[in-house]
Design a protein around this ligand. Structure first.
Ligand code: PRP
Ligand code: URA
Length: 215
């Protein structure tokens, strides 16, 4: 991954959606509603960035005019969620790409050390697939890098992995960049930094707890 491999969403609607989900007073049902709206936009943008799957396509409109567009081939896509928070993004992704094969990797960040602990993985065949790795938060990058290790050990090609993310930070991106320079990232926002507890600042708190209302 390098800077040109990172896409940051540029949509006017994001400011409103982020204001809702960053607000500590937003109720759990509203956090879920607005984050899903944001993640639906994120999913659509990610499909356009998965360049192994995108080809040029010209169509004729009902007016008889030509329109030069693109076609996204979703038939080779595998969506992999990093449980638990990644399951929220998986739900949005499958609403847009219901035909995707699905894999799951359960990783829990140690609350004290922020080190990732890998518990479980269940994955479909990964060779030559376009892999959409899903986790709304990238802080130290430890969990995502642990998941990418699993994917590569199970046959994925690094250049075919696209990491889809709601909020990341420079530290996490830098760590991923050094270890996996070919990974592509689509994120809705690069925040400022990590705090001393390895939480993203300004961030939005613990995404999984807020989305699943388990605070
Ligand atoms: C969160 C988040 C990422 C990870 C990011 O998950 O969803 O997986 O932390 O932090 P990192 O980049 O420093 O590894 P967490 O382990 O808290 O579990 P959850 O999904 O159950 O909330
Ligand atoms: N996980 C989260 O949910 N939020 C953070 O800020 C960092 C890790």
């Amino acid at each position: 991954m390098s800077e040109e491999n990172t896409t940051v969403l540029q949509c006017l609607s994001l400011n409103h959606l982020f204001t809702k989900i960053r607000d500590k007073d937003t109720k759990p049902e509203d956090f879920r509603k607005y984050s899903m709206r944001l993640m639906t936009i994120l999913t659509e943008e990610s499909l356009a960035v998965a360049n192994n799957s995108v080809t040029k396509k010209t169509v004729i409109t009902p007016t008889g005019a030509k329109f030069d567009g693109i076609d996204v081939n979703t038939s080779n896509m595998v969506a992999v969620s990093i449980i638990r928070a990644g399951d929220s993004l998986l739900e949005c992704f499958l609403n847009v790409v219901p035909e995707a094969a699905v894999g799951k990797i359960l990783i829990q960040r140690n609350e004290e050390t922020a080190e990732p602990i890998l518990y479980y993985d269940k994955l479909p065949p990964l060779e030559n697939k376009q892999i959409m790795l899903l986790d709304p938060m990238l802080a130290t990058g430890g969990s995502a890098m642990c998941a990418i290790d699993v994917l590569i050990n199970k046959g994925a090609e690094e250049e075919n992995i696209l990491f889809i993310n709601v909020v990341c930070c420079p530290e996490g991106l830098k760590n991923m960049n050094s270890k996996f320079p070919k990974i592509k990232v689509v994120t809705a926002c690069i925040d400022e930094c990590l705090n001393d507890k390895s939480y993203i600042m300004p961030g939005l708190g613990d995404y999984g707890d807020r989305f699943f209302n388990s605070v």
